[in-house]
Design a protein around this ligand. Sequence first.
Ligand SMILES: C[S@@+](CC[C@H](N)C(=O)[O-])C[C@H]1O[C@@H](n2cnc3c(N)ncnc32)[C@H](O)[C@@H]1O
Length: 177
Amino acid sequence: MSALLSKYPPVDPILDVGCGSGDLSIYLAQLGYQVVGVDFVEAAIATAQARLSALSPEMARRARFQVADALKPSLLQQRFGAVVDSGFFHLFNPDHCDHFVDELAFTLRPGGWYYLHAFAIEFPVPNVPRQINADELKSRFTAEKGWCIKEIQSVEFLSRVAPPVPAICACIERLPS
Ligand SMILES: C[S@@+](CC[C@H](N)C(=O)[O-])C[C@H]1O[C@@H](n2cnc3c(N)ncnc32)[C@H](O)[C@@H]1O
């Protein structure tokens, strides 16, 4: 995702959906952005907050972490210039993703960006992330629904606990109406 963030620089404030222990939020704060990270796992938010607090006071002012349902960012009652999503969208079935895309449309300011990083591989076992491909993104994020896909990339998903997994990255604009 860092390549897309460099190519299409986000606008503050940035919402990190399913932020986990805060890697991406902290990375963005270190780049100088204002970030809100949300996750529904209290322990993950506590870890993210502790990691942030261990940095400089200036850094700590740039980000905040909150326990919240990231499928319903409208409940945060704040609009964002960008939403970053690393490993969140692919957790949900198509119906939930329909709802989440509607929430994104509400949450992003006109002209805002949605950055997605998701698995591009289907695993033959239950209860794992599902495959997200370019066709799905093109059918969900259409111009008729007020979206413009700026770029889709084939990448890898790197983690500390497993080998690299084929992945997809996208940068999608919420068109001004
Ligand atoms: C694969 S992890 C990705 C974590 C982080 N974005 C990263 O790249 O390291 C998915 C995260 O989404 C969170 N999550 C799943 N469903 C959620 C929901 N409805 N609301 C908030 N967080 C959720 C999980 O708790 C987990 O931290």
